[in-house]
Write a protein that binds this ligand. Structure first.
Ligand SMILES: [Fe+2]
Length: 402
């Protein structure tokens, strides 16, 4: 039986630990955040280029099918047969003319309409669907969909502001910096479980402080240091944020200068960077509620965090490139996808530490976390601030009514 402990008087400088451990709070998050007024990243549109192409994704913990209909529009359906609730699609991606449920073979067309019900007339004049049954009332549940520059978002709400308004001008500028309308192509996928609450994962990439401490690889080779040129941008309501920063690199890019170390890179091309954007070698965006949009060196990736339960999330990485770019640049991106991806030299630290946090938070969930680096929730020009995390919780408290 869960117990609501309320929010501490200190506001978002303190986080009650039960928000990471309580099952009822998790269910409340699904209802108030993921199934309510949020634009949820689901896919890149280049993943479903042709009519009938589909890919599985999720909104909150609900599986969805992202597909392209006969007229070329992207649709997002709940991956659930309207008859008895079975999963319609099991294969991660493919091309279909119809979606057929494996249980009773109810068929749905690419627009989500129920177009086939086996044995609807019965057998030899006996049985079949009741006279009241109207297939029109049993189409697939469809979500509201929007797309910007090849990135697809979905919402259970039909009362959404346009994505551009949702992101706000400061974050939109960074979004468009990478996704500027050039056609995209997917160059790799990773998927793995994180043994921690989904918010720990989102906070982790809003947390500039840990990056130069926990990730010794970053510090050693000058990719992320506490004193480098930085901009933290927090959307006005706190929903989204951007951490943009410029790597200093070590002079030789092969061994450490800041720390006296015997470590060096056998293959310096691992971190060799080709300048693509006007400023900052890395921009880590978090888009409410659960998208991490990362540009670091030449690695471009959408990290989609699926909340599975209060103590577990699944992270799907979609690495991408521009369709018409130099193959040498694509090869560089693939190499850096391995450096920065699920089992690379950075994320592996985070996976370990987030699992460790979850254990500590669960053991005595009556306590509070202290979010005291820096002040307030506004933008800043240095790394030693948790303002983006406080901003996130300002908005969280508002929508969760906590
Ligand atoms: Fe990290």
């Amino acid at each position: 039986m869960s117990e609501f402990h309320g929010w501490p008087d200190a506001g978002v400088r303190r986080l009650p630990q039960h928000i990471y451990t309580d099952r009822d709070n998790f269910q409340r998050e699904l209802d108030k955040i993921f199934f309510a007024n949020s634009w949820n990243y689901v896919a890149l549109s280049c993943e479903v280029p042709e009519p009938g192409d589909y890919i599985l994704s999720s909104v909150g913990n609900v599986g969805v099918i992202v597909s392209r209909d006969r007229k070329g529009a992207i649709r997002v359906f709940v991956n659930r047969c309207t008859h008895r609730g079975a999963r319609l699609c099991e294969k991660r991606k493919g091309n279909n003319k119809l979606f057929t449920c494996p249980y009773h073979e109810w068929r749905f067309n690419l627009e989500g309409r129920l177009v086939g019900v086996p044995l609807s007339q019965g057998v030899k004049g006996k049985g079949g669907m009741s006279a009241q049954f109207d297939p029109q009332n049993h189409g697939l549940k469809q979500l509201n969909v929007c797309e910007r520059h090849g990135v697809v978002f979905a919402s259970f709400s039909n009362d959404m502001v346009p994505l551009e308004t949702y992101l706000g001008p400061k974050v939109l500028r960074y979004f468009d910096r990478v996704c500027d309308g050039r056609p995209l192509k997917v160059i790799g996928k990773h998927k793995h479980v994180v043994a921690g609450n989904w918010k720990l994962q989102i906070e982790n990439v809003k947390d500039t402080v840990h990056a130069a401490i926990l990730h010794s690889f970053f510090t050693l080779f000058g990719i992320w240091r506490s004193d480098q040129e930085t901009e933290i941008v927090v959307e006005d309501k706190g929903m989204h944020s951007v951490l943009a920063s410029t790597a200093t690199f070590s002079k030789q890019q092969t061994h450490s200068e800041e720390v006296d170390s015997e470590f060096s890179l056998l293959d310096p091309s691992l971190i060799a960077h080709e300048a693509e954007f006007s400023h900052a070698t890395g921009a880590v965006m978090t888009i409410w509620p659960n998208l991490i949009f990362l540009q670091q060196l030449n690695c471009l990736v959408m990290r989609h965090v699926e909340p599975v339960s209060q103590d577990k999330c699944v992270k799907t990485w979609t690495f991408f490139a521009y369709e018409d770019e130099d193959p040498a640049l694509t090869a560089r991106r693939v190499k850096q996808a391995n450096l920065l991806g699920a089992s690379g030299l950075v994320t592996i630290d985070d996976n370990e530490i987030l699992a460790s946090c979850q254990v500590g938070l669960q053991q005595q969930s009556q306590f509070e976390c202290a979010i005291e680096y820096g002040e307030g929730t506004s933008d800043c020009d240095h790394m030693v601030s948790e303002s983006a995390i406080r901003g996130f919780y300002n908005y969280y408290r508002q929508v969760m009514e906590l």
